[in-house]
Design a protein. Structure first.
Length: 332
């Protein structure tokens, strides 16, 4: 298939692009390389896909490794986005580009409207105009809010998000449902649970904790550590996306699927394993809960498992792999 992956310089996007290109699909990666966090990390991810920073120009396609092409483009640029769809005639779009971050959404909500609402609308419109057979898009476990009905099931109510980020992801699901129903576009939304692993975002807990630990600075632990997360290794996530993209059995126009490990871990257990792998002693700085944070995430993944999804990587195996990358990348 010819597949567009938006957000391909991102954490999940890079891993997904690698996996699908290695499987022989023709992958076109798109990213605007914004400065929400250090752009050098994004350029270094692209280098793993054979794209040199010095060659990147806006709206110019570049050949990378086998089966991978990259274009720097903003999903808010409706004109050039439409032209790309018209020329490439994609068989599938994997839409991962978004303004990320729960806490950042509290102070910068407009960024989420621009990227997650307007940008997503442009993707939907391009899929409609150019008859894209399948749109797969990133939703989030954050849409479940502080629900106490665990494990989280795709059929339960998600009308009470506790962050603006979650509200935009819920909006994406509703917008996508309308397009699927009105224009008969096949759409699959994936509710990602907490993803970690090599090349992760620097604003997420694993990187924040690891950096603070090696610098012998206190690590901030919110809600006094009374949290649990369905920590999912990035390779399992990329494999799950590949399964959804390649599936030929689904006949429904619209579906939402949880994609996680299906087994939550206590935050303090995650920290303990990370501390051991890094071989440093953390200094804990316990903080009260922050606005927008949820207490527990726990995925019911039975629907995705029916397509063949089976997460394989435990925290005990995944965290050392993350630490090995972290030490090599930061030359520790």
């Amino acid at each position: 298939m010819k597949i567009l992956i938006t957000g391909s310089a991102g954490f999940i996007g890079m891993h997904t692009a690698q996996k699908l290109a290695q499987a022989g699909h023709e992958v076109v990666g798109l990213d605007n390389i914004n400065s929400y966090y250090e752009t050098q990390l994004k350029f270094n991810r692209l280098l793993q896909l054979g794209i040199e920073k010095e060659d990147i120009q806006y709206n110019k396609k570049l050949k990378g490794q086998d089966h991978f092409t990259f274009i720097e483009l903003d999903i808010q640029d409706a004109g050039n986005l439409s032209a790309l769809f018209a020329f490439e005639k994609f068989d599938c779009v994997i839409h991962l580009a978004a303004q990320a971050g729960v806490r950042y959404s509290i102070t910068n909500p407009r960024d989420y409207i621009d990227s997650n609402i307007i940008g997503f609308f442009n993707i939907l419109e391009s899929c409609r105009q150019f008859n894209t057979p399948h749109l797969v898009f990133a939703s989030s476990s954050s849409v479940y809010g502080n629900s106490t009905a665990v494990p989280f099931s795709e059929s339960q109510n998600t009308d009470e998000p506790v962050s603006f980020y979650a509200a935009t992801k819920k909006s994406n699901e509703v917008m996508a449902h309308a397009y699927a129903d009105l224009y008969k576009i096949k759409v699959t939304g994936l509710r990602f649970f907490t993803v970690y692993g090599p090349w992760g975002r620097p604003d997420m807990a694993p990187m924040l904790f690891a950096k603070a630990g090696v610098e012998q600075k206190p690590i901030k632990i919110f809600n006094n550590g009374n949290q649990s997360r369905d920590f999912t290794y990035v390779d399992d996530i990329a494999e799950g996306i590949k399964i959804v993209v390649e599936d030929q059995t689904s006949t429904v126009n619209y579906q939402i699927l949880n994609i996680g490990k299906g087994n939550p871990d206590l935050l303090m257990d995650f920290i303990s394993i990370l501390e051991k792998a890094l071989q440093v002693e953390f200094v804990y700085d316990f903080k009260p809960a922050q606005k927008g944070d949820v207490v527990t995430t726990f995925a019911n993944t039975k629907a995705l498992e029916q397509l063949g999804y089976k997460p394989k990587v435990s925290l005990e195996d995944g965290i050392p792999k993350f630490v090995a990358w972290f030490k090599e990348y930061y030359k520790l």
